[in-house]
Design a protein around this ligand. Structure first.
Ligand code: NAG
Ligand code: NAG
Ligand code: NAG
Ligand code: NAG
Length: 779
């Protein structure tokens, strides 16, 4: 019956909903479906935190070791090893401060002793089977060492070697700067700043058997005040000789590339087997090339809005190791316009640009143009190998190749994102994106990339992009927004463990851990599970739970692409499963004639649009309540300005989302006239009134505006929760028979006393509603 009823109502009220709800629905598509505060995350056991040491901070450098089940974190003066299972339950720390003499030197050099003259860990890389390589700023004197972690988890070792090496070209001097690093085959590739002043930025290769090698110094065509964000090895062919190292960074635009000061996002490439030149570019890269990464949206005035401040990069592997998908997070450079975007790039496009024209100009006052002349052979940027180059080492390169490479490090064409536009754009928000990780999730109707995006206010957005019609038309579905740190702080590190199905987050104040999915929070009905559109979750016949594609259970209900519960859940026999009766709240409220009352109804999903139905008695028709004189619809519920006897009846709060409607609240409202009020207040003590109703009895509608009313309701609610304990205590002291139980109920016997007391206070104070506001708590 419930199911058919839903259908009928749905059919009958579609025209009304469409006209009235379409705008709302549009604006609601951009809000997260679920929003969880820090407190809610903790209370629902969905967040484990490490609150940081009082003598440390800057938990920014992460190294995940899924095999050993550990997360190693580099911070200020410490290295930590956390258990991936529960970071708060099992962790060890090694203090590694700078020596007192280094700290003194740092202070004498004019640096801030407490903020800068410590050892901030910037590099954590696997070195060999038993050791990690670790580097820190060492109070403006970079240092590196080896961290023993054992071969197997059982070894249970975590020990810093006492031997310390010079960390120049590996860690920056200044703790505010970053290093993007990667250790492969005993060699450390690092993009960093290599001097005290923070001016000499370069891409280095150090350690290992070769002579250290770097980018050309003091040449702004190569690097122009860059900030390095990521290093990755990506094979170019099946021959390891062709392996390339790709660096992601942002830097100032080259002179003449842009009018005024601008930042550009870059991808840079190097050959892993580059040994530098023989006569020129000695111990410098001869295969370095860079290209601009574009992430922009067309503006209404014809001018594109560019997102140029590259913040983070994540490589999503595909079946072909040569072609991972590059996910990149950008923000805008503008001070006025705050925005963030995510763009996706294909390696095919990247390679096409590196094989395209080099950027060239004839002199400082010329334009940059695509180089039209003859490009020397082997083409600069090609790795020495049998496959493409036909030469053995970069030391054998002809002089004209090295000379050309030296003066043409930049490509003329930029790399455009897949589909030529961002997959996510967020503007006019009070936050910006900082980090991204992506998980590939197998769902019933296909494979989805689920993005976890960190922000500068300590929140995580969980987003899935769903093809609308084709791969070229993606719809961004913002599933959840979760606060993962106790105060607003930028998320600066993020790692995902597929084995643990957990996400680990770093910030200045600590480390947090959260599960990738929490299917049970979506609700206890098939429809709710389906509406969530979370590829991790499906309705299994009894509850919303983790979806595993392997399990051959035909009863699994899931529809990520459309999120349509009618097709997924309608054949379920049990009507409750569809209509979400399991989560239907049913309550009774009392209101006094001529006073106003507020029926609170805010569905869990922020995407849902609510509307109200009224039924006077069981035999009557249900009518939709329009926003007319007496009734005011708000985001939080329905306000009835002046209660009349005829308003008694049943109020149903309906939540409509994605074309599906469910009843989330049923309120039976009884309007009492004043004569009956006294009777009611002296009724048997097991008849209870809601605390809030009591307050609305006290407050006769002398309020000026609806806003004021609602504001007071919410303020009261909040304060009330805080002061509940306090209130109980006070009441006990006064020996009144007022009891507040955990559900905010009060005994009517107690109310009566209170009511009288308030009436007395009200005499002569009629206008001072705000004073009265405080009365129930302060008497
Ligand atoms: C993690 O460990 C802490 C401390 O032992 C404990 O309080 C918490 O319940 C654990 N959390 C989970 C999700 O296991
Ligand atoms: C920081 O405090 C912890 C104890 O909370 C201590 O074990 C550690 O040695 C201290 N670190 C430094 C660098 O002093
Ligand atoms: C790993 O490197 C460290 C530091 O050089 C060395 O002491 C250790 O013996 C090496 N372990 C293995 C298994 O090679
Ligand atoms: C409610 O208001 C109406 C019209 O203003 C008035 O006639 C009636 O007496 C009032 N009822 C009560 C119980 O105050």
């Amino acid at each position: 019956m419930g199911f058919f009823w839903n259908i009928i109502v749905l059919l009958c009220s579609v025209p009304v909903l469409r006209t009235q709800g379409s705008n709302v629905q549009q604006t609601k598509n951009n809000v997260p479906r679920l929003k969880l505060s820090y407190k809610e995350m903790l209370e629902s056991n969905n967040l484990v935190t490490f609150e940081g040491l009082s003598n440390s901070s800057s938990y920014h450098t992460f190294l995940m070791d899924e095999e050993k089940g550990r997360l190693v974190v580099g911070a200020k003066d410490h290295v930590f090893s956390f258990s991936l299972v529960n970071i708060s339950h099992d962790f060890t720390q090694i203090p590694w401060p700078a020596s007192p003499s280094r700290r003194d030197e740092c202070k004498w050099a004019g640096k801030d002793l407490s903020r800068e003259c410590s050892n901030f860990i910037k590099v954590l890389q696997p070195f060999n089977q038993t050791h990690l390589y670790v580097c820190g700023t060492g109070a403006f004197h970079p240092v590196c060492s080896y961290l023993e972690v054992g071969k197997k988890p059982e070894d249970n070792v975590f020990r810093l070697e006492p031997h310390v090496e010079n960390g120049r070209g590996k860690s920056p001097y200044d703790p505010r700067l970053l290093t993007a690093s990667m250790l492969i085959d005993g060699e450390l590739y690092a993009g960093t700043s290599a001097d005290f002043m923070g001016r000499d930025f370069a891409i280095f290769r150090t350690l290992g058997k070769h002579h250290p090698i770097r980018t050309e110094q003091h040449d702004s065509r190569w690097l122009n005040d860059p900030r390095f964000l990521g290093v990755h090895l990506i094979p170019e062919s099946d021959n390891p000789e062709d392996d390339k190292i790709y660096l992601f960074f942002r830097e100032s635009a080259m002179d003449g590339e842009h009018v005024g000061k601008a930042t550009h996002a870059r991808i840079g490439q190097l050959c892993k087997n580059d040994l530098g030149g023989h006569r020129s570019l000695v111990n410098k890269w001869t295969t370095f090339l860079k290209a601009r990464l574009i992430c922009s949206v067309p503006g209404s005035n014809g001018i594109d809005t560019h997102f140029d401040e590259l913040q983070d990069v994540f490589l999503m592997s595909t079946k072909d190791p040569k072609s991972p998908i590059v996910y990149a997070v950008f923000t805008t450079s503008s001070n006025i316009f705050k925005g963030s975007a995510v763009c996706m790039y294909s390696m095919t496009d990247v390679r096409r640009v590196f094989l395209g024209p080099y950027a060239h100009r004839d002199g400082p006052n010329y334009q940059w143009v695509p180089f039209q002349g003859r490009v020397p052979y082997p083409r600069p940027g090609t790795c020495p190998s049998k496959t493409f180059g036909g030469f053995d080492t970069t030391k054998d390169l002809p002089d004209e190749v090295v000379t050309f490479a030296r003066s043409h490090p930049a490509m003329f064409n930029p790399v455009y994102p897949i589909n030529n536009r961002p997959i996510i754009v967020k503007t006019d928000k009070d936050y910006q994106f900082t980090q991204i990780v992506v998980d590939k999730v197998e769902a019933e109707d296909g494979q989805y990339d689920v993005m976890f995006i960190g922000t500068d206010i300590g929140t995580i957005l969980k987003v899935v992009s769903v093809p609308r019609g084709s791969w070229h038309d993606l719809e961004e579905v913002l599933l959840e927004e979760m606060t993962v740190f106790r105060e607003p702080t930028a998320i600066t590190a993020m790692e995902l463990s597929t084995k643990q199905q957990q996400l680990y987050l770093g910030s200045n104040i600590g480390v947090s851990q959260m599960p990738l999915h929490r299917c049970e929070v979506y609700g206890k009905a098939c429809a709710e599970c389906c509406l969530a559109r979370d590829p991790y979750c499906a309705w299994d016949g009894a509850e919303c739970s983790r979806y595993f594609p392997m399990a051959k259970r035909r009863t699994r209900r899931q529809d990520i692409r459309n999120g349509d519960p009618l097709t997924q859940c309608s054949d379920l026999q049990h009507q409750d499963e569809l209509s979400g009766q399991a989560t239907l709240q049913d309550k009774t409220l009392y209101g006094v004639e001529n006073s106003s009352t507020f029926l609170e109804c805010s569905p869990k999903s922020q995407r849902a649009v609510t509307y109200w139905q009224f039924q006077r008695s069981a035999d009557d028709h249900k009518q939709e309540i329009q926003s007319e004189d007496g009734f005011v619809h708000t985001e939080q519920g329905l306000l009835i300005r002046t209660l009349a006897k005829k308003d008694s009846g049943v109020y149903l709060c309906q939540a409509v989302e994605h074309g599906f409607m469910q009843t989330v609240l049923k309120v039976t409202l009884e309007v009492i006239d004043t004569e009956r009020l006294d009777d009611l207040l002296h009724q048997s003590p097991n008849q209870r009134l809601w605390y809030r109703d009591f307050l609305s009895l006290v407050n006769h509608p002398t309020l000026n505006s609806v806003d004021e009313f609602c504001e007071q309701i919410w303020k009261r609610e909040r304060k009330h929760r805080k002061q509940k304990a306090h209130l109980v205590q006070q009441q006990q002291q006064q020996q009144q028979k007022v009891v507040v139980n955990p559900h905010n109920h009060m005994h009517v016997a107690g109310l009566a006393a209170k009511w009288k007391h308030l009436q007395e206070r009200q005499k002569g104070r009629n206008r001072r509603t705000h004073e009265l506001e405080r009365a129930p708590r302060s008497v």
